[in-house]
Design a protein around this ligand. Structure first.
Ligand code: NDP
Length: 445
């Protein structure tokens, strides 16, 4: 890291003690900022780095609710509104027992630059709770969501902050949250949440957008290497929203996904993952991934298996942060993998990123490669504002174009700053400069 940045990093570490994931995300961005500060000395004078690393607002609240036995349960809710110079705060809600302030802050911080890369008018935020929807009845999930919205409602709105889904928050949760917002505010404000069901203001392609967008990005990465997805063997970690639709799009574009996973284990299907079976297991039955092998008898399940040990051409981490270590990265390199693109947020550890950097692998960070989800959320906001509904084909075409634009912008910026082919640097610098310039224009706020 450029030594000019060390005092700022030291200060950020002192102000956010114990927030490991947040500091990891900050370091990853600051690591690329030396040449940016040389080119734009005004960013240093205006303390853009220090300002950008401090959220505009952080809200932490109690979420009390009653389970089906009538017992009182208490969870903790978060919304970190990080930066709104480019537009209303935008970013998902995560419901998972691991959620804490550090995780929400790292996600919100990443979201600022990701949203800037889409070129759409959206700021960065993230929120969630340590509530785990797994193992709870629909009624319990509904009561939790209603209580969560009781507090969240006063901080959001279509021109203020527009949450969406993330881990543990899908259509069911967004429906309950939207219902409660409408009831509290007495306003049918479709644009307050994205990822809604189609019957109440949702947009086509939003469900598929992150996974599809990721694979469109991969298509561009391969094209830059004069290659295609046709016949490529892929592995995709996770088996949630992002993973399922990444698998679907890889398959449509001629690739073969042989493995996916959940937090219990890995399934391997050398004929290629059967999507109907996977959707039945995960979306309809809300079951565990090992059930796939009961329905597809030739497939294999390995409890606690490591998906990165499976030989592949393309690896797509789509589960969670820090799921791909330095050792995993070395295994992928040694096994001849040529492209790694992140569907999840920060799935590769700093050691893993270093290994990819020293190899011939094309590596794309989540803030660029998974931006299709939030970009399509912004398209949902456009449709809500104009009370319009676009077709699947029209929206998917727009998504593919947005992903190509982000891809090209990363490479152009990487070229401009003397690191050709480095998507991580290109994404960090391009996102940061857009936000920093807007911050300069809006004065000291
Ligand atoms: P889901 O809740 O739909 O799915 C998450 C999946 O990852 C589940 O299969 C889950 O398994 C698995 N998983 C979680 N932790 C682990 C682990 N430690 N090891 C292996 N598998 C694990 O979430 P999404 O698909 O929406 O999100 C996945 C990632 O993509 C997250 O990093 C999210 O921030 C990111 N993302 C999501 C976007 C979206 O539009 N949804 C947009 C951009 C990024 P299990 O059931 O066992 O927990």
């Amino acid at each position: 890291m450029d030594e000019k940045l060390e005092p700022a990093l030291h200060n950020i570490q002192q102000r956010n003690i114990g927030e490991t994931e947040f500091i990891q995300a900050v370091k990853e961005v600051l690591h690329c900022m030396g040449p940016v500060l040389s080119k734009y000395p005004e960013f240093t004078e205006q303390k853009i780095i220090e300002r950008i690393c401090e959220p505009e607002r952080q809200i932490i609240f109690r979420v009390p609710w009653q389970d089906d036995r009538g017992e009182v349960q208490i969870n903790r809710g978060f919304r970190v509104q990080f930066n709104s110079v480019l537009g209303p705060y935008k970013g998902g809600l995560r419901f998972h027992p691991s959620v804490n302030l550090s995780i929400i802050k790292f996600l919100g911080f990443e979201q600022i630059f990701k949203n800037a890369l889409t070129g759409m008018p959206i700021g960065g935020a993230k929120g969630g709770s340590d509530f785990d929807p797994k193992g709870h009845s629909d009624n319990e999930v509904m009561r939790f969501c209603q209580s969560f919205m009781m507090e969240l409602n006063r901080h959001i709105g279509e021109y203020t902050d527009v949450p969406a889904g993330d881990i543990g928050v899908g259509k069911r949760e967004i429906g309950y949250l939207f219902g409660q917002y409408k009831r509290i505010r007495n306003r049918y404000e479709s644009g307050v949440l994205t990822g809604k069901g189609l019957s109440y203001g949702g947009a086509l392609v939003r469900t598929e957008a992150t996974g599809y967008g990721l694979v469109y990005f991969v298509r561009e990465m391969l094209a830059a290497r004069r290659d295609t997805l046709e016949g490529k063997t892929c592995v995709v970690s996770g088996a949630g929203n992002v993973a399922i639709y990444a698998i679907e799009k890889v398959t449509q574009l001629g690739g073969r996904v042989v493995a996916c996973s959940d937090s219990d284990g890995v399934i391997y299907d050398d004929r290629g993952i059967d999507l109907d079976t996977l959707k039945q297991v995960k979306e309809v039955d809300r079951s565990r991934i090992h059930r796939y092998c009961e329905l597809q008898k030739h497939a294999r399940y390995r409890e606690n298996g490591n998906i990165w040990q499976i030989k592949c051409d393309v690896a797509l981490p789509c589960a969670t942060q820090n799921e791909l270590t330095g050792k995993d990265a070395a295994t992928l390199v040694n096994n001849g993998c040529i492209v790694v693109a992140e569907g999840a947020n920060m799935p590769t550890t700093p050691e893993g990123i270093e290994v990819f950097g020293e190899s011939k692998i094309s590596y794309a960070p989540g803030k660029a490669a998974n931006a299709g989800g939030v970009a399509t959320s912004a398209l949902e906001m456009q449709q809500n504002a104009s009370r319009d509904a676009w077709t699947f084909e029209f929206t998917e075409h727009k998504l593919a174009q947005i992903m190509k634009d982000i891809h090209d912008r990363c490479l152009e910026t990487a070229d401009e700053f003397g690191v050709p082919g480095n998507y991580a640097r290109g994404a960090n610098i391009a996102g940061f400069v857009s936000v920093a310039k807007a911050m300069e224009s809006l004065g000291l706020i």
